[in-house]
Design a protein around this ligand. Structure first.
Ligand code: HEM
Ligand code: HEM
Length: 475
């Protein structure tokens, strides 16, 4: 025990040594003033500082492999997600001072916030843009962890925590969407909660649960508000703490390795302060600056006050659920809302636990074959998804062709089997053409589905007009 402690000491003194090499930058100076740990605390103040440092520093290693800090390895996406959550909590608490969660007052309180409160509109805009960026950045972070194979061994469960975080981030956005209580928010939430009705047997019960009654009203608003401002933030912060702890337990992020490298070789290391700290600090500052620019340049907007008697046309879900709404236009609701998204979610959760020929991790796309297969999968989706949307819109008549079958089969099972069969065929053909092991083929499937989701969402956002018919965005 004593031996071990003695071994650890040089690390700390190394940190101190390099710190005097040259005049340190601002992030390092701030860090030092707050976190420099006296090795033998003498006063009560020093003792408190040691406790605080251990609380914070246990999450950050003293040294870490030099290759892992390259920006293009992680693109700083995990850190950016955490920064955005921080901004959301900060601005969310400020919004609570003005916002009133009742159907009579909600809309007016946002009007007052924009009109009468100094910087009220800006705070709201920062909340709005951070929330929308968060969905996008967390999605990219998932893509990065997947394509660097960061879900094997000690990282398996952290992928699952990540999937849970993704769901909670969507729930946070969704519950926040209703709060302004304008036409857009009222009808978007009506559409999405209405989708729950397609769940067989318990659909009506689920709608009542989500809305706090049959229709959207005061009970829905107060329920959403409570989830949005208390339950969901606490869950996100708890899951994030768990997520970061797992990253630390795994020895940091995956280490990029060359294919011909001996896995036993120890990569060169650098000190956390200043090497990674400075990068994190700069990435955070640039992100906050970008959010501020968005918040100043583009207003979150506020439509007409909610009118339960008059639905806008088209009535659309929030943008991150438009892929789901698009599926509803092509498949029987049970398939569009329950079975297909359920299968995707199960597949996502299963990714770390599938059997792989050999775990491959660290490099982007894990190998050259992996890169080729992923590109092939994405390109196939770029061609096939719009084609499917067009053909299904104008040329198919599943229920007419299969008149004898119940709609859940003719408009659900059959087109789903055709669509999934097509996906399988693409992966199979790409595999035959380029070779590849299970993980590399899985990358092709993932790239295909992720790209298809992005395209379906884009169709929903820009190419669906009145009556949800297809059309050009500018007409
Ligand atoms: C991951 C965390 C969060 C996300 C994704 C999120 C998302 C959103 C969204 C999309 C809106 C609608 C904004 C708009 O008008 O366009 C909103 C509104 C609101 N949020 Fe959050 N939020 C989060 C955390 C919080 C927290 C922690 C609080 C308070 C403690 C909070 C309080 C509010 C309030 C009071 C509103 C109503 C004001 C408004 O609509 O502008 N939010 N949120
Ligand atoms: C609010 C949401 C999230 C936050 C704040 C967050 C934060 C982070 C951070 C800071 C890291 C370490 C640095 C980095 O990789 O950039 C990380 C790693 C990781 N995250 Fe997330 N994450 C979130 C969501 C997700 C999601 C949706 C997934 C996947 C489904 C995921 C899976 C992982 C995995 C597997 C690692 C380990 C990466 C490695 O070892 O290289 N995370 N996350």
């Amino acid at each position: 025990m004593v031996e071990n402690r003695r071994e650890k000491k040089p690390d700390r003194s190394e940190e101190a040594d390099t710190s005097v090499e040259s005049r340190p930058g601002l992030p390092v100076r701030i860090w030092r003033s707050v976190f420099r740990t006296p090795l033998t605390p003498r006063t009560e103040r020093e003792r408190k500082r040691v406790v605080l440092n251990h609380l914070v520093l246990h999450n950050r290693p003293v040294r870490l492999p030099e290759r892992t800090i390259a920006f293009r390895h992680t693109f700083g996406l995990g850190g950016m997600s955490a920064t955005l959550v921080g901004l959301l909590i900060l601005t969310g608490v400020l919004l609570m001072f003005v916002y009133e969660p009742s159907p009579d007052r909600a809309y007016g309180s946002i009007e007052a916030l924009r009109r009468d409160v100094r910087f009220g509109g800006l705070v709201r805009n920062v909340h709005h843009w951070s929330a929308n960026l968060l969905v996008f950045i967390v999605f990219l972070h998932m893509i990065r962890t997947f394509f660097t194979g960061a879900f094997h061994g000690t990282r398996q469960f952290n992928w699952v925590i990540g999937v849970l975080l993704l769901l909670v981030v969507l729930a946070a956005n969704f519950t926040g969407y209703l709060l302004p209580w304008d036409q857009l928010s009222f009808w978007a939430i009506t559409i999405v909660t209405g989708m729950l009705g397609y769940v067989p047997l318990i659909g009506d019960g689920l709608i009542r649960l989500a809305r706090g009654g049959a229709e959207i009203g005061g009970a829905t608003l107060i329920n959403f508000y409570t989830f949005h401002t208390t339950i969901i933030p606490v869950t996100i912060v708890g899951l994030m703490a768990f997520h970061f702890w797992r990253v630390r337990k795994a020895g940091g992020v995956v280490i990029p390795r060359q294919s011909d490298e001996d896995p036993e070789d120890k990569p060169a290391t650098v000190l956390f302060v200043p090497s990674l700290l400075t990068r994190e600090f700069v990435t955070g500052l640039v992100l906050v600056a970008a959010v501020m620019v968005l918040a100043v340049a583009f207003d979150a907007g506020l439509g007409e006050a909610a009118n339960p008697g008059m639905s806008p046309n088209p009535a659309k879900a929030p943008w991150y659920f438009l892929g789901l709404q698009e599926l509803l236009l092509h498949f029987h609701p049970t398939w569009a809302v329950v079975i297909l998204p359920g299968l995707v979610l199960l597949a996502l959760l299963a990714i770390p636990y599938l059997r792989y020929d050999e775990p491959m991790e660290g490099r982007w796309f894990v190998s050259d074959t992996g890169r080729t297969l992923a590109t092939a999968g994405a390109l196939a989706a770029v061609v096939l998804t719009p084609l499917w949307v067009l053909v299904d819109e104008y040329a198919t008549d599943w229920s007419g062709w299969l008149g004898g079958l119940p709609p859940v089969l003719s408009e659900g099972l059959v087109p789903a089997v055709v669509a999934l069969g097509l996906t399988g065929a693409v992966i199979h053909l790409a595999g035959r053409q380029y070779g590849g092991n299970r993980q590399e083929k899985l990358q092709a499937a993932f790239a295909f589905l992720a790209t298809a989701l992005v395209i379906l969402t884009a169709v929903g956002v820009w190419f669906r007009g009145e009556g949800m018919s297809l059309g050009w965005p500018w007409t």
